[in-house]
Structures are given as structure tokens and as C-alpha cells.
Design a protein. Sequence first.
Length: 264
Amino acid sequence: MVKVLFLGDIIGKPGRNIVHEILPQITREHDIDIVLANAENSAGGLGVTPETLQSLRKTGINGFTLGNHIWRYDSIVSSLENDTDVVKPANLPPATPGKNFMVLTARNGVKVGVVSLLGRVFMEPIDCPFRRGEEVINEISKETHVIIVDIHAEATAEKIALAWHLDGKCSAILGTHTHVQTADEWILPGGTAYISDVGMCGPYHSVIGMEVNRVLTRFITGIPKKWEVAGGPTVFNAVLLEIDDKNGKAHKIERVMIKKPDTM
């Protein structure tokens, strides 16, 4: 058995701070074998840099998935090309830098494959996540049956459909991007764990991590305002998975939500 902890989107400095505070304790208490996280919003709330990745590595995170804000900072290209613990969405154009998947070794020696995919509904045009997901999973299956898929997408229906399409072919389909933890965690008939959105690590007196008044101004007046990461209390969202390392089937998926009154 391998225990996997997957963290929802880490939002800016408040998100990094709560991960630094909470993660080591959770890792010890639950005897976690490997920690994964979506880090695409870890730099200023939109984007990721080598510096934010390095900061998060110090908390005990073993591998990072990204998403639609991957190209916000040019400096991330060096991480995509050189780091072994960062994976790009596999359905990006083939010429983009970075790996389509990664296989990491957990603390207990089990190999864990990690895939990141982008959705297409209400998102920018991109290659089919259903086809590419299956192709990449088939490739990873040559090394390990324990495979975690991060589907970074807007539409719940698209995420659920992907889970049914890949049920029994991977260990977990975990939704990210909308930053709101959903209460629909379950294990599909083929043994694949699923949740529509893991949630976020960041400020919860906010609109998906962003300062409320700026977002309201944009919605009410139509005047585009630069979104800024909110301050105030923070939340730590994640899911805990227990997976059979022999066949890759999930035995458990459990939501984690911890709120703290911390500020930036």
C-alpha cells in the first residue's frame, strides 16, 4: 500500500505559508509516502517560478503538477527542462518544453506515475485530454500501476467523463483549477479514486483566492481590474489516497480541510 497526499492549487504567498505550517505535521500524522501538489498559482496567485517551487520543496512536497497559467513567467522553462519533479500538462503542443509525465519513487520505495492534463470546456483550445491521457497512462503502465492524474479543468462534467473514460486504467483522477473543494470523492467501479476539485491552499476570505472587492468590481461594472491575492485567514485543502501498489487500485480517498487565522 502507498499513501499519497495531493494538495489543491497553492495560491501565492498565503498558500505557500500555510503549506509550510501544516504539511510537515500532516505528513507525520498520516505516515504519508509521497506528497504531490498543483503549484501553477504559487507565484503571485497566477503562475509559478523556480523560486516558488524551491520554497515548496522545503515543505516536503515531492512532485508538482501545473496548469493553464504555466507560461506566466518565462523563468519556469528552466524548471520544466531540468527538474525531475515538475510535469507540464501532457496535452500541450508537443514542441513545448517539459515532460508529459513523471515517475517518482515514494518513501516506501513504490514508484508513482504523475500526469497533468488540461480540460477543453471553457478553456483555451488544446489537444484532447481523453486521448492524450490514455496514451500517457499506457506509457507509464510499463513502469508502475500507481498513476495519479491531475485534470486541471473548469467543467465538472468534463472531469467526471474523463474519470469514467480512464476508470481502472489509473489510480486517481483529481480535479484542480476551480479552487473550491467539492464533496463528491468516491472510488469508481474499476478502482479509480475521483474528486471534482481538490480545492486550494490559500486565503478563504476571497474569491478563489483573490481579493474580493477587485473581483466584484470586475463582475459588477465590467471594468477589468488586476486580480490580487487576498489576505486574511487561510485554508489547506488536499486529498489523502491509499492505493494498492500491486495493482494500482485505490482503496481510500479522503478530503482534508484545515482552516487557519493566518495572514500574509
